[in-house]
Design a protein around this ligand. Sequence first.
Ligand code: PLP
Length: 408
Amino acid sequence: MSEPFDPLRYRADFPLLSRRVHDDKPLIYFDNANTAQKPQSVIDAVDGYYRTYNANVARAVHTLGEQATAAYEGARSKLAMFLNANRDQLVLTSGTTQAINLVAYSFALPRLAAGDEILVTQMEHHANIVPWQLVAGRTGATVKAAPIDANGVLDLERFEALLTPAVKLAAVAHVSNVIGTINPVAQIAKLCRARGIPLLVDGSQACPHQRVDLQALGCDFYAMTGHKLFGPTGTGALWARREHLQAMPPFFGGGEMIRTVSFDGTVFADPPHKFEAGTPNIAGFIGLGAAIDYVESVGLDRIQAYEAELLAYATAALDSVPGLRLFGRAPHKAAVLSFLIDGVHAHDVATLLDHEGVAVRSGHHCAHPLMQFFGVPATARASLSFYNTRDEVDAFVRALDKVRRLLA
Ligand code: PLP
């Protein structure tokens, strides 16, 4: 039998988690869907690069350049192993937003015409809506959304019915950043493939919480972000099927993405490099490599099992708070709890919780259409990670009680 999961053992690896705020209260960091904290090994990896082998990648043959290139490309290999993907199919980007925009401009735009459609869902982050609207707007195509039910579960039948021949691309969140719904992306990929419709999956919120196997998933594009995976900001990736990467023209031009350049024309490098113009976020990716090592050392299956338990505990705890409305009760969901307290604005909840040491996000969470669906302008959101504890959930609920007594 494997040992029980002990979050306290891992908390010690995250220097920031021992911070105290507002009159020396222990910080309870429940804003992990926004960005996750970084373990010491990630901080050390970034620090070590700048202290001992700071150099540009791919250009220099000197010792530092070779070391920097090996570490940077090593991070690509680690990410590829992490996602069960081939490294030459991983374009390193600044995050999910850049990855989706790359697909929008390089893949979708040249293929769209008036009357075409891009199918998304009601629960998407703006990063998986606005790029499609931008390219649709240039071509006369439209973006339509598949509905969800009151629990925040995607209506798969309606999704399938909406997959008409007019749909030239579908784009779906793997896990909702607002309500935590885990979408059945392998099933969705089958539906799309049967109709020859390319599918992009926004994996921002999935990678930190569950094993993602790109060989098994069956999608065409997968976008992810490094800073939610305990790595530095400004890191992420787009994985794509090889045939798409070969067919797609570069989106950014510049150094690093070419084989030869003359005034008669340019021959581009092979994918993924043809999409990676300019000096990349070298330190960031070296840090992301260390983050992946760290997550693998904890074990994603163990993380997923522990977070599921913590979610059940936190859901029951929130359900005991009078006047609290929880948004999203999908049977398959990640540890994200969006809520409102009757008569209290989400920002006031978050501000008062902050004074109690609890960091949650409030607002529309870059998901206006989902807020419109629930008929609210904003929610407060607690998003948990494997370093959070039941004691923290208890303290959070006590703080919520205080908020309620003060404001409701
Ligand atoms: N998609 C989802 C579901 C997200 O939660 C986020 C970030 O909050 C993004 C996309 C955008 O990620 P990034 O800002 O790292 O590009």
